[in-house]
Design a protein around this ligand. Sequence first.
Ligand code: RFL
Ligand code: PHB
Length: 395
Amino acid sequence: MKTQIAIVGAGPAGMLLAHLLARSGIDAVVLERRDRAYVEGRVRAGVLEQITVDLLRRLDLASRLDREGLVHGGTNLALDGEIFHIDMSALTGGQAVTVYGQQEVMKDLFDAAPARGVKIVWNAEDVVLHGLDGGTPCVTWKDQEGARRLECDFIAGCDGFHGVSRASIPASVLRHYERIYPFGWLGILAEVPPAAHELVYANHERGFALASMRSATRSRYYLQCGLEEKLEDWPDERFWDELCLRLGPAMAAKVARGPSFEKSIAPLRSFVAEPMRWGRLFLAGDAAHIVPPTGAKGLNLAASDVIMLHEGLVEFYKSGQSKGIDGYSARALSRVWKAERFSWWFTSITHRFPEMDGFSRKLQMAELDYIKGSPTAQRGLAENYVGLPVAPMPA
Ligand code: RFL
Ligand code: PHB
């Protein structure tokens, strides 16, 4: 087989890139290790920045998003049960985020794929990238038809944090920057109406809690938990009790309890691999960087990476120039690092750290109190939360 772009991974980065390339008339094939049900079934992101919403609209993939997505012009912070509102829209000249689950985004991307000519190979095992530093790269894998081979011009490594793409770059070239946090998030989904109209990020003495949602009838809640904790230790009643404690009495009165139908623990990590291009390979999304979910940035960074990569590839194929693809890594990393900074900072002011002494706790409380009283501080938070702009292509 032959194509122009081999895309490894059918997550948000891989599928958004595949749709963008299909629209621009650039041939691509997506190779995914799992099946559609697995990729679509993963409960992950919930908050889309405007640039991600605009991308889905540009791709004509937003009709359900525009009907069902919940537009949030504000968010809430809570300190030991006392809640204050941040009017993000007023602070950012009318910008907002949209609550629409990653599962729904994936469904829309997969449903539209066949009619748009987006080719996906499911259950591609043992994917190996070859010839990255030469002129004729290719990808090999195994599936039900046996050993397969795809020749291409470039490879887009969109295979997430544990994928093969980043690992195919020589260690002497790649630099890693990392922070591992001493806690995780325990998340549940329940078919109950959300406690608040907008999200609540709660800093409590006992640890962080987040009240989020998927729709007017489906709630998503998270609790900061220890990395050693097991799901069996968290029956629903314990979860609801702890959530209500951390959100405080005013919010607790509005929490509707019900059986959870999904429960999982995710560790928190900040990670960046540089550069995001090596020879014929480009990394995009979680393959190159991870943020703790506090800032709701992971899926949105996957979207901004592939917007930039797509622009570079279009320039290359339409005008033969390589400035866009040559500048891709630096351009993408400049936005990635700002999201890393924001996600780290937002995590640091909302979570309980094991080594935290009285002084650190007082500083955290002072910072939240400062944000509460200062429109200037709120503007910084709001500007980052709704999403920073994508820098223009290098001239
Ligand atoms: P993905 O989604 O991990 O997709 C990678 C795909 O590659 C496949 N793959 C391979 N395919 C072929 N060969 C191989 N060797 C392969 N290895 C892997 C995998 O099967 C998979 O299908 O990466 P991508 O596309 O870069 O997308 C990243 C996002 O999924 C991720 O950043 C977000 O989910 C992060 N995230 C959030 N992001 C937001 O923007 N807003 C949020 O509110 C938000 N909340 C979250 C989150 C992530 C969470 N968890 C569980 C980590 C909340 C949580 C709890
Ligand atoms: C979610 O709804 O899953 C969600 C919302 C906001 C975050 C992280 C996750 O910061």
